[in-house]
Design a binder for this molecule. Structure first.
Ligand code: BJW
Ligand code: ZN
Length: 243
């Protein structure tokens, strides 16, 4: 890919870099996205599987769906896109990844400053009393575990539609967006709020906004630079060109 000189210059001059990632960065690790034609929501209903109401109506169905996704995620590894961001982090004193992903692949790759906006699929807690549930999960056990403290239903520690994002994570994400010189939006459809507002917060505060995505998104018309390609191809090429 031919990168504009102005883009490389902006990255070489930047002090503060913020990255927002979505499901697209993990696609090349073998984890399905949500809203692509072959994504999870093409066949499944998010209201039934990723909402509080869905869990309250059919807790076992939701629990088993997450266990099937855990099996997939456990068998995957970070890809060249994740590793390029580890290299990018080394170039800046102030660098943060704000991820909507729940797969922990950024951390597995070696990224240090990772803010998780939608929780993670590794941990669990009680739906009722919110206490962490630390026992190991048998992914083939169809029965929903119960909380040893209150008997409540155990759920994955992800953020569902209609739930608030973790307060500290969101506050920090908004701060890094506000302070960024350069803000990347990578592999996200920019459909889900409040994450989708972060590039706008950055742009309104003067940041250069770069989109990395093979497809057009709701953000595309607002981005200063658009890198149309997959994250595992574009990011390593870009990082190689930087000082
Ligand atoms: C590639 C690629 C490759 C492919 N390389 N790229 C303001 C306005 C309107 C609505 C709202 C609003 N504020 C709040 C809302 C409601 C709601 C919302 O945003 N709804 C919209 C959908 C309309 N938001 C919420 O409910 C949030 N909570 C909240 O705001 O609380 C306060 C509140 C409460 C009650 C009322 C009002 C306010 C919570 C959102 C939680 C989202 N949860 C999920 C599930 C997580 C657990 C799980 O995994 O099961 O998070 S939904 C799902 O979407 C998941 C993702 O993190 C999230 C974003 O998806 P993402 O990552 O962008 O994936 P895709 O599939 O959409 O896109 C993939 C992209 O990758 C595409 O662009 C591809 O082209 C690209 N791609 N291959 C690079 N190789
Ligand atoms: Zn409990």
């Amino acid at each position: 890919m031919n990168f504009e000189h102005k883009l490389i210059e902006a990255l070489n001059n930047a002090n503060r870099v913020a990255i927002l990632t979505g499901a697209g960065i993990s696609a090349e690790s073998g984890i399905k996205t949500f809203r692509d034609p072959d994504g999870l929501w093409a066949k499944l209903n998010p209201a039934e599987l990723a909402s509080i109401d869905g869990f309250m109506q059919n807790p076992e169905t939701v629990w088993n769906w997450y266990n099937e996704r855990r099996k997939v995620i456990q068998s995957t590894k970070p890809n060249a896109g994740h590793f390029a961001l580890v290299e990018l982090e080394k170039k800046y004193d102030n660098f943060h990844i704000v991820t909507q992903n729940i797969d922990r692949l950024h951390q597995m790759a070696g990224s240090k400053n990772v803010i998780e906006l939608h929780g993670n699929i590794i941990e669990n807690h009680c739906f009722d009393c919110k206490k962490p549930y630390l026992k190991e999960i048998n992914l083939d056990d169809k029965e929903l575990p119960k909380c040893p403290k209150c008997g409540g239903k155990i759920r994955p520690s992800v953020v569902w539609f209609g739930e608030s994002l973790p307060f500290e994570a969101l506050k920090k994400a908004e701060k890094v967006a506000l302070e960024a010189d350069v803000f990347f939006s990578i592999g996200t459809s920019s459909e889900v709020y409040p994450a989708a507002a972060l590039p706008y917060i950055a742009k309104n505060a003067g940041a250069i906004v770069i989109e990395v995505n093979p497809n057009e998104t709701k953000l595309s018309s607002e981005a200063d630079f658009i890198l149309r390609g997959t994250s595992a191809t574009v990011l390593p090429e870009l990082v190689k060109l930087l000082k």
